[in-house]
Design a protein. Sequence first.
Length: 432
Amino acid sequence: MKFFKTISNILKIEELRSRILTTLGFLLIYRLGSFVALPGIDPQKLDALQNQTSDGLLGLLNMFTGGAFSQASIMALGIMPYISASIVIQLMTMAVPYLQKLQKDGESGRNKINQITRYLTVFITSIQAPGYITNLKVTLPPDAFLLSSGSFWISSIIILVTGTMFAMWLGEKITDGGIGNGISLLIMVGIIAVLPQSFLFEIGRVRPLIIFIELIIMLIVILASVLLIQGVRKIPIQYAKRGSNIQASRQYMPLKVNASGVMPIIFAQAIMFVPITFAGLSQSEKVQTFVTTFSDFSGFWYNFVFAVLIILFTYFYTAITINTNQMADDLKRNGGFVPGIKPGKDTANFLDGVMSKIVLPGSIFLAFIAILPAFAMNAGINQSFAQFFGGTSLLIMVGVVLDTLQQIESYLLFRHYDGLMKSGRITGKSGM
């Protein structure tokens, strides 16, 4: 069978085999860390915390950390502080000249930006850690704490910051020496970890026919997500030989409908987690009302703001990743042009107009799939299983899987083996 032949081909490539094993090893370490409770907490008395994270926005945050949040783990804050820091740095890059200069300095500039992102991650985690500990103090019974209050606060803040930095380090090591994007894989493996339990719970509460219908709907949403991530708009281009009026045969430039992949989803979700970070730091009635409104995962305002953020971040991320001026210059330099459009600035304006037209429906469709779990929950499906009817969880899983398979296929084709598909190429979230 082709599947077993492909597995055999993957194992024959020593570098690819080593990268896959490295990735699996780091992911295993990350998952094991999610079961190690903070020193000073009795792991047998976490029932109240687990009940608190069974639904709502805290339930979604718990899913992103692979259950570490509800286990009062050393990895309880997961990788989300790093995602938040990355958002801030990318937004600041648009306005701060120093960061703009670093972005243009090549590898050395990117290394400095990464270092600034790490420092900001420490700062953000240091703010979120006290909020998490405050929640533990309020939620858990007094006998769940085995250390004095002062010792527990100091040690827990240090450990939570260290846990997030360790998770960030694991993600970077996967990206450098493994296969796929390490940060995205860490998020995905946490999401996958809760899928079996969610599915079994759903089986126990509804009839088999309902389960069958739910799985069909989930499959349709998965296929729609794949089409969204892989969809392209082809722009016809021609190349003219230098010093000749003869034109080469027409070719096509693919412009992705969703050039930003799943990053708008991750960025928007990170921002939606902000209210619960400060939930325990203020007892003001207005603050608590605001937090309650934006913690209602199935509510109107949460999903409305979430969808708007996704659309905005899709435009933002597309703008910083797709440089139409450079594309137009490359075409002109190589003797290429879009039929009926003058080379240079006119071509750049044309490509920019095309991108604007295809990004709008793409971003709206992305936002719609992202808020589908709210409809599923209002239809009676339990929240943990509803997350896989679209939403952040499903889109991240589809995007990361496609991106990882694309890298594996590149290794196979480079070594003259058959790819993962009989025809065509797998296009991941970062592919063009």
